[in-house]
Design a protein around this ligand. Sequence first.
Ligand code: HAM
Length: 428
Amino acid sequence: MSLSLEPYKGTRDFYPADQFYQNYIFGVWKKVAESFGYLEYNASILEETALYKAKSGEEIVNEQTYTFTDRGGRDVTIRPEMTPTVARMVAQKRKELVFPLRWFSVPNLFRYERPQRGRLREHWQLNVDMFGVESAEADVEIVKVAYGIMKAFGASDEAFEIRINDRRLLNYLLHKHLQLDAEGAHKLSKLVDRMHKMKAEEFLASAREILGEKTKLLEEILYVKSLDELGEKVPQGEGVAELRRVFEALATAGIKNFVFDPTLVRGFDYYTGTVFEIFDTSPVNNRALFGGGRYDDLVGIFGVDKVPGVGFGMGDVTIRDFLETYKLLPEYRPPVDVYICHLEGFLEPAGALAGELRQAGVRVVEDLTARKVSAQVKTADREKIPFVLVVGEEEAKTQKFKLKNLAASQEQELDTAGLIKALKKTRE
Ligand code: HAM
């Protein structure tokens, strides 16, 4: 049997053109995160399995992790998310770190999922998190970073929607309003988390199994569109004041495309306050683009004093689908400024010129073959390299070169200093 040419199921190979788009996405992430003063961190892809068992949630630990026993008998998991790792890092150096912390990272994560649109087994995820601020202002800043990233990608407000809820409110509704015990509340929240992936009748039938007669109460609150509307049905709820603060601050910041969504749960058990998810308004991408929330108890599981945290994770797969849908991806351009061709016998002066240009910071490819000049130029064109020049007897003697812009079919004669200036200018 011959070896497969395919990458491992649910993973991707990044040929240079794919890497170009990946780098573009990472570049926008980094630029916006840094514009808010977030510092980059990283860690290993391997963690002890116990880390995820502590707080991530059953689905992810039991069904979605790549877990193995190492040669020393340790139970090891390839990270399915970054939040437990960053919480561990914060807990470890809690005494030395200067709070509040604003941190970001772009880890690759692994989840054993059924590969489908928007879901793969390996993805890269921007994580933006703030530690040490308990008030709603931190939640607002985190949503602002998320919004800022969408704007930096060129998305219009109409193209996406920020759905917001609060775990305190959700818990209040489950425990006090619907009067469920811990087990019932857990079951119902997992069901609500999945409700948009099910038919309405199917959802209600399952809800009835947990709630019985009280399903009517649930139906009343599931579809409300605002906190005021919820207030008419449920007199007083925890988390409402915090949500109002978040909504007001977002409106003050000029962000309009957010809605209150009482059905938003988010999968992880560690969330304790605000939760939010960004959705594409186009039906083509019918799952969350990304999401996050507040988790005030995660750092504390390591046996240190509590440190409140809030943040989000944004995957490269879903955002790339979004950018493709809205034609927001830039045109592919290789990271090369000029392709130097040469006539027979002039490889050496061509190499000398390439060296000088590189010294000055220009990105240069030298054609090393003995092919005809037309074939050399064709390679540059196929590689989408914007400029070419040819070194022959005349050029070697005069040190003047004809710089040709392939797409525009324009030519300029320049000396080395002129070449450097012109080529660097095209990058601005
Ligand atoms: P999450 O909702 O599991 O949250 O993932 C966040 C985002 O990562 C998703 O909305 C999606 O963009 C992307 N993503 C997740 N799984 C996959 C997959 N299998 N394939 C492709 N993309 C995927 C978290 O992971 C939280 N730890 C985020 C967080 C950070 N909360 C607070 N800080």
